[in-house]
Design a protein around this ligand. Structure first.
Ligand SMILES: [Zn+2]
Length: 82
């Protein structure tokens, strides 16, 4: 499956919002706080279309109130295992 888009999470702890971008991008500027997120430093969720990506972003951002740290989300800053 080829995913053209990637859903990512802002690496700024106080922000931590989700957004999406083209999968081939190297960096993405968080639309909420302006932090530049390096895509190769984080785990992203593949999405095939913008519709799909947007839906995931909305879903994840809605869940932020309940989950502060989804299990799939980790940065190299906190762990470099695997
Ligand atoms: Zn942010």
């Amino acid at each position: 499956m080829i995913a053209d888009y990637a859903v990512i999470r802002c690496t700024r702890l106080k922000c931590g919002k989700f957004c999406y971008c083209k999968a081939k991008q190297k960096t993405k500027k968080c639309p909420y706080c302006g932090r530049v997120v390096k895509l190769n430093k984080i785990k992203s969720i593949p999405a095939e279309t913008t519709v799909h990506a947007r839906k995931l972003v909305q879903e994840f951002n809605r869940k932020l109130g309940e989950l502060t740290e989804p299990s799939w989300y980790k940065t190299e800053e906190t762990t470099d295992s695997n």
